[in-house]
Design a protein around this ligand. Structure first.
Ligand SMILES: Cc1cc2nc3c(=O)[nH]c(=O)nc-3n(C[C@H](O)[C@H](O)[C@H](O)COP(=O)(O)OP(=O)(O)OC[C@H]3O[C@@H](n4cnc5c(N)ncnc54)[C@H](O)[C@@H]3O)c2cc1C
Length: 452
């Protein structure tokens, strides 16, 4: 193989380690560039590859009823390094896949170091090269120099350094006997635009009780070193409430330009709005509700909103130090930078969220890059698999204007004909999604060359 056929991967975390493993197993020479231990981040402690920076959990391992568990299954059947090593270093944790973190990352480091097709180079990469095949998997704590180089290429507004996650609700779990569809002042050319939002009305006592609950809720702190100044326009809702009990009513919860068709005579005191979050229309985010409330508190506080009493959440809110691209506008379906197609991105920097999702995007990017080098392009990843649903979401399915990191969830999956909606049909529906995904994923894997 010619020297130019080497694949360079930057970042030896969840995504970069997995990408290196997959590409090397396809017979491609890989150089893995990792800046640690010479250049540190505030969250990593070691120079190991695949270090878990915080929790030691890969979340649910249930591959029939849980979308993360399905991602585990898909990675396992693709002989993923991260997931198989996690299983080897599993700790008892009920249905979750908890991992003994140090032996885990030591085993990942050894597997990569021992691989005949992989060389590890401990150095920071601070630019986006114009030549050669590269995958950047530098994660939420991408180094400052590289962040500046990425912004120079993409434009400053296309690379964020903090996320501001508003909770996302499954559309089917919103009570439309209480809520209604309408954009403020019926704005928009088409009926779809005029009904783009779902509105949940509050009376004065409901609003007051909601503010009390927000103020009393347990909040999470930023990690040491994760210093944050809040930006105007993405203040946590509880911080807005602390600034004055009426602040939210004059901000994201203002009740103007809206008429409740269920009670046209009654003027709502405040209105919570939800906006469509994906092209499928299965997910809605609560507009302006980014928050540092603890997860348990969020579920109970948000269920006080009329219409959301039985809401199921695809993602809860949060605000974290997190470097991520506006992937829907910047990346093509092969995860290549549109403006520089010799460069791919993978992992959390592409706008997925979590160890498992990041490793999964590394798995795809590694296979895609290796296939391109070998001159055997991969068939499109089926959209009805967990990997396919995620990559489709970040590279096209998500709303680009309001793009924020996403974890894998069944709201990203195309509906299955003939299956019952709502809470009651959930077990059967999730089984239907996971069965369909397993079949499609197995078929997709079978189209590829056996590992060398
Ligand atoms: C404080 C914190 C806590 C978190 N807690 C959790 C959690 O509990 N559970 C969870 O699922 N996720 C958590 N995350 C998110 C987690 O980081 C990701 O899920 C996962 O690690 C992302 O994988 P990745 O490969 O994209 O990035 P990483 O695993 O971070 O790997 C990126 C690698 O790139 C290297 N790098 C960066 N810039 C350069 C450069 N210029 N040159 C060379 N190397 C470079 C870094 O040193 C790092 O090793 C947390 C993130 C942070 C910041």
């Amino acid at each position: 193989m010619a020297k130019t056929d080497t694949l360079h991967i930057v970042g030896g975390g969840m995504a970069g380690s997995e990408a290196a493993w997959q590409a090397a197993n396809m017979g491609v020479s890989v150089v893995l560039h990792e800046m640690r231990p010479h250049v540190k981040t505030f969250a990593h402690r070691t120079g190991n590859m695949g270090e878990m920076v915080c929790s030691n959990s890969f979340r649910s391992d249930d591959d029939e009823q849980n979308a993360v568990g399905l991602l585990h299954w898909e990675m396992r059947t693709a002989e993923g390094l991260i997931i198989t090593t996690a299983h080897r270093h599993r700790l008892p944790a009920g249905g979750a896949l908890a991992v003994d973190r140090d032996p885990f990352s030591e085993a990942i480091t050894k597997a990569l170091t021992d691989h005949p097709n992989i060389a590890i180079s401990h150095e920071e990469v601070s630019e986006l090269p114009s030549e050669g095949q590269w995958i950047f998997a530098t994660g939420p704590l991408t180094s400052e120099n590289l962040g500046a180089a990425i912004q120079a290429e993409t434009g400053a507004d296309r690379l964020a350094f903090f996320d501001a996650l508003a909770p996302i609700v499954y559309a089917e779990s919103i009570d439309m006997d209480v809520a209604w569809r309408q954009s403020r002042y019926d704005k928009g050319e088409t009926e779809e635009e005029q009904k783009a939002y779902i509105n949940c009305p509050m009376t004065k006592p409901q609003y007051e009780a909601f503010i009390d609950a927000l103020l009393a809720a347990d909040k999470t702190e930023f990690h040491d070193g994760e210093t944050a100044t809040y930006f105007d326009g993405c203040l946590p809702i509880e911080v807005m409430a602390e600034r004055g009990r009426e602040t939210l009513r004059h901000g994201p919860m203002k009740p103007v330009g809206l008429t409740n068709p269920h009670k046209p005579e009654e003027k709502a005191y405040a209105v919570v709005q939800l906006r469509r979050d994906n092209a499928l229309g299965t997910l809605y985010n609560i507009v302006g509700f980014q928050t540092k409330m603890k997860y348990g508190a969020q579920a109970s506080v948000f269920k006080m909103i009329p219409g959301l009493e039985n809401a199921s959440f695809a993602r809860l809110g949060g605000i974290h130090r997190n470097t991520f691209l506006n992937a829907p506008t910047l990346l093509d379906a092969q995860m290549r930078l549109r403006s520089k197609p010799n460069i791919r991105f993978a992992g959390q920097v592409t706008g997925v969220e979590g160890y498992v999702e990041s490793a999964a995007m590394g798995l795809l990017a590694g296979r895609m890059a290796a296939a391109e080098i070998l001159g055997q392009p991969l068939p499109v990843v089926p959209q009805d698999t967990a990997h396919g649903a995620l990559v489709h979401h970040i590279t096209g399915g998500a709303e680009a204007k309001t793009f924020q990191p996403m974890n894998v969830n069944f709201g990203l999956f195309r509906p299955l004909d003939g299956l019952r909606g709502g809470r009651k049909g959930r077990r059967e529906r999730y089984k239907g999604y996971t069965d369909r995904a397993k079949e499609e994923w197995s078929r997709w894997l079978a189209t590829q060359k056996e590992p060398a």
